[in-house]
Design a protein. Structure first.
Length: 122
């Protein structure tokens, strides 16, 4: 197996709480840049919104949560994490490597939600 293979990851980010929707979209564009620089791409984004934190993080009681499923070269994950660390709008982050099954499950959950939202036809 090649060491620099493209793998699936999940990044959970906590952003500064005072961002509006346009600024969150700008953050997503920046993260897309980080990923493309590291030979990756975004598969799915869940905006969980503003939530109260269990404890203060960089003097903030609240944070805006983003859940991002993406691909990235395994050797470039540390570079991606360094980009996250240096980006001042990100309070905290966690990058988790996913098995293919986990990614499929996450994408299927999205499809099931879409099916629930569709009106029932006559």
């Amino acid at each position: 197996m090649r060491r620099n293979a493209l793998r699936s990851y999940q990044s959970v980010l906590i952003l500064k709480p005072d961002l509006d929707e346009a600024q969150v979209d700008q953050v997503l564009e920046k993260i897309t840049e980080f990923l493309s620089k590291n030979n990756g791409s975004i598969v799915k984004v869940d905006k969980w919104g503003k939530k109260r934190l269990a404890y203060r993080v960089k003097k903030s009681r609240f944070g805006y949560y983003l859940n991002i499923y993406h691909t990235c070269e395994s050797l470039k994950v540390s570079a991606l994490e360094a980009d996250y660390k240096l980006y001042d709008l990100i309070l905290k982050f966690l990058v988790i490597r996913l098995d293919d099954k986990d990614l499929e499950l996450a994408l299927k959950e999205d499809e099931v939600e879409e099916e629930k939202k569709k009106p029932v036809g006559n």
